[in-house]
Design a protein around this ligand. Sequence first.
Ligand SMILES: Cc1cc2nc3c(=O)[nH]c(=O)nc-3n(C[C@H](O)[C@H](O)[C@H](O)COP(=O)(O)OP(=O)(O)OC[C@H]3O[C@@H](n4cnc5c(N)ncnc54)[C@H](O)[C@@H]3O)c2cc1C
Ligand code: SF4
Length: 495
Amino acid sequence: MGDPRGFVKNTQRVPEARNPIERLGDWNEHYMYFDEEQRRKQASRCMDCGVPFCMSGCPLGNLIPDFNDLVYKGQWKEALRTLHATNNFPEYTGKICPAPCENSCVLGIIEPSVTIRNDESSIVEKGFQEGWIVAQTPKERTDKKIAIVGGGPAGLACAQQLNRAGHNVTIFEKRSKLGGLMQWGIPAYKIRKEVVQRRISILKQEGIDFTLNCEIGKDVTWADLKKDYDALVVAIGAEQPRDLPAAGRDAKGVHFAVDFLAQNIARIYGEKEATEGEQIKAAGKNVIVIGGGDTGSDCIGTSLRQGAKSVVSFELMPKPPQERAEHNPWPQYARVFKESSSMEENRNSGGQVEYCIATKEVLKDEKGNVKGLKTVRVEWSTDDHGRPTFDEVPGSEETWDAELILLAMGFTGPVIQGMVDELGVELDLRGNLKTDDASKMTNLEGVFAAGDCRRGQSLVVWAIAEGREIASNVDTWLMKKASLLPRVRLTPYRY
Ligand SMILES: Cc1cc2nc3c(=O)[nH]c(=O)nc-3n(C[C@H](O)[C@H](O)[C@H](O)COP(=O)(O)OP(=O)(O)OC[C@H]3O[C@@H](n4cnc5c(N)ncnc54)[C@H](O)[C@@H]3O)c2cc1C
Ligand code: SF4
């Protein structure tokens, strides 16, 4: 701990974001960075706690007090090495992680927490600027061939770890670029696609093979892939979107969020996917986004940047409290109201979020085009077993104009039918790939699962953790001896 009085002398500060109206004119990232001196001050606030709860809050177990201390001392290269010891891709988490670590920070009991995520982001950006982040190829190769299906953060982290162990790794990806939802879902104003691809080009230099535009189950059968490789890791995400069970759902102009977001990213970057399928555009339209999570938020920001006439967001749940509720104490993840950058932009553009509202019907015109929604307000209570439940409020029906409706109500699991039919892989009760608790292997010998397709729709930081842990399991199984690859705990701490 470089400065024992750092947290007394310095208050929490985060760099100002770009103006919420101005930034709607482009797709550049909305946040900015501190200079080194300001960053060192922020890192000095870390108290180097004897029991650093931030580390158990981080799914990767990042060595947070250590890298904060190194930043404070100006030892950036060593800070980068410390960060990479537990996190393959800190530039991704540094930009888009909701930072559960900060919710568990001990300083957070009495003051705003240490700005862990921003510290992480500054370390890795400095690493790239200085040219310290370069390919690390293994000294020796084994004779083992591993196929990884899916090039999202789980597949990429798993590939890098297995490649470090000397195995021959090929990633199969159905799209034209790797990155999963970081490339094809999360908008460029949260993470530029150059940032996603910068790391992927290093993975290629390290010797990992990529087979793009190849959908397993369609272009190559699951059975052939299993036959041709010594081990198979399935990391295909949880792509099945939850649908809207309402009359009129078939109206033209009702779309799933990721279809809209992916096409937009492809359009900005001139990818071939931009011209595939129906063109979904928000320009000049009244847009309603159903679902208030990350995905819904991304639809708001993207619609505004495309020039929507108005954007309203619907959320079935009540607005979260401003402060932690009694049953949600530190160091748990704080379930409190947070205004996302897109919600801020919408508020400044005259838009709003409606809470406790449910869709009754999609309204369409005589040509079948969507023209609005019929809704009802709901009231939440708890049932006899203490579970949350809601009732419709009588007489609260309303109609809303909309020419574009985006469904962002979450995901129900992986698109896996081909694999179930061809290989007989077992699913769990939630429709995700079922794996053995210890080995993380599915019911099929040599077939493993990692990321959202195993744990359900989650976060990038959990996907990286999954990739690292499953790599260690694959290595142990292949080599018939304990792996030297680091292990990761895949269940959150229950404080
Ligand atoms: C719109 C949106 C915004 C989000 N925002 C955030 C955020 O701000 N912060 C955060 O931490 N998390 C966020 N998430 C969640 C996060 O993106 C995911 O949890 C994470 O990407 C999961 O990683 P994964 O590797 O398991 O799966 P994915 O990222 O979904 O990657 C799976 C890959 O497998 C490929 N694939 C699927 N089937 C096949 C097949 N049969 N053959 C070949 N390839 C296949 C897909 O094309 C894809 O590239 C967001 C999610 C969405 C949808
Ligand atoms: S990866 Fe996420 S949880 Fe872990 S230290 Fe970084 S911001 Fe915090």
